[in-house]
Write a protein that binds this ligand. Sequence first.
Ligand SMILES: Cc1cc2nc3c(=O)[nH]c(=O)nc-3n(C[C@H](O)[C@H](O)[C@H](O)COP(=O)(O)O)c2cc1C
Length: 287
Amino acid sequence: MSVASLPNCLSFAVTAPSIHNTQPWRFDLRGDVIDVYADRNRRIAGDSRGRQLTISVGAALLNLRVALLARGQRPITRLCPDEDRPDLLARIVVVGRTRAPYGARRLAGMTGRPGRHIVQPDGPVPQSMLDELRDDARAEGCELTVYRQPLPDVIRGFRPAGISPSRWPAVFTAEPTTVVLSTADDDTTAWLLAGQAWERVRLRAAAAGVQSVLMTEPLEHPALRRYIGYGEPGRTAQAIVRLGYGRPAPPAPRRALADVVTVTRNSSGPSAHARGPATLNGAASRS
Ligand SMILES: Cc1cc2nc3c(=O)[nH]c(=O)nc-3n(C[C@H](O)[C@H](O)[C@H](O)COP(=O)(O)O)c2cc1C
């Protein structure tokens, strides 16, 4: 893989959403290997386990996979590849060229980046779209379930930046669709899967004009987690996602690539890797 082709892919990776826009990621390039690290200095207070940080890195990882595929590069992704290095959250190895899948090109075309605020909700999201989003979440190893109960008031209290207090309850009550993203486990790998699933859902929805807002902070509270604990028994809710039609807010600024990317030349990294499909279908392999 040419290092010259990577800045575009990484530029797309760092457009990913992150908790409080902390952008808690680092990328190290060595030949055809891209290591994706957590930057734990950027963990927010209240995220004691690093769950929300890891979901953020998962979102950037999805974008990187999509960008590589869109450029005809065939990535194989391994999550948590080295248990002695817990900050190394993923390793992508580019194993050759492939025909760029249409889906990846379409998602990577979302470079204008949809904003995250649903303003002026207008009608419910159709079931056909929810079915597509559920399939996207499943392809990344997660479940997406429509949440039909009223959200508890305490969750309504998690008002996103950029929306005035007076508008926030209105946004919530008028909002047509709330879904819950859940995983089978509740560990670093599960959080990475949730981040990838969320970003894939977000891009797919945005391509159809549907805006989405992710909420993960309320789920740090065990009681709320139990309350929301929706979907199959034994699953863990990782995020509440609100979907709707509306005017997107402009994106927030991102850190410069030079601040998050290191390039190591003369790779002596691993050369043997598991083979896998070159489409977006199929979740990244678990370690
Ligand atoms: C794990 C996680 C949790 C988030 N929680 C919220 C939230 O509760 N409310 C919200 O409005 N946005 C939330 N976001 C979106 C971020 O605030 C947003 O990505 C960041 O501020 C940058 O804004 P932009 O993506 O619109 O450029 C979350 C994103 C992630 C990855």
